[in-house]
Write a protein that binds this ligand. Structure first.
Ligand SMILES: C[S@@+](CC[C@H](N)C(=O)[O-])C[C@H]1O[C@@H](n2cnc3c(N)ncnc32)[C@H](O)[C@@H]1O
Length: 141
């Protein structure tokens, strides 16, 4: 098969959702129940994919803002089409070089992502860099 003709389920939002969507939309609210952050905060969703965790943050946590980043343009397009909320901003980016200013967010969350990141130490230090003093960082894999 020619590489350019291959369908990549990991970069096409619709097919990835059919593959994993049922349970990842169930686990995000459970994680947020456990994480239980205050309301009115600036969030960063690292590796937002098609937006399962971002949607749950908006539905459950009354955020001031959510910056949702992912390296896949296909996933970001799917998330943007599904989540029309003025508090959410989607941006192309990598966990190892977060596209956010130092000390700019209160809560950093990441769902089902860190196992895909080659340099997890760098990703965690990036989360600390962009978090304000006392920022909450939580993730699940
Ligand atoms: C299983 S999906 C999870 C998506 C979403 N967080 C959720 O809960 O449904 C894994 C995501 O990790 C993203 N990803 C892979 N490598 C990444 C990296 N280096 N930095 C940030 N995100 C990455 C993928 O593009 C994909 O959207």
């Amino acid at each position: 098969m020619v590489e350019t003709a291959r369908h990549d389920a990991w970069s096409a939002g619709d097919s990835c959702d059919r593959y994993m969507g049922r349970w990842r939309r169930k686990i995000a609210p459970l994680f947020l129940d456990w994480f239980d952050p205050p309301t009115g905060l600036d969030w960063l969703d690292v590796g937002c994919g098609t937006g399962a965790l971002s949607a749950a943050i908006v539905a459950q946590c009354s955020p001031k803002s959510v910056l949702a980043i992912d390296p896949s343009e296909g996933f970001l397009q799917t998330a943007q089409a599904a989540l029309a909320d003025e508090r959410i901003q989607f941006r192309l980016g990598d966990a190892q070089a977060l596209p956010a200013k130092p000390g700019s967010v209160d809560v950093i969350a990441s769902g089902l992502v860190l196992n895909f990141v080659p340099d997890r130490t760098k990703a965690l230090s990036e989360m600390r860099r962009v978090g304000r003093p006392g920022a909450l960082i939580g993730f699940y894999v």
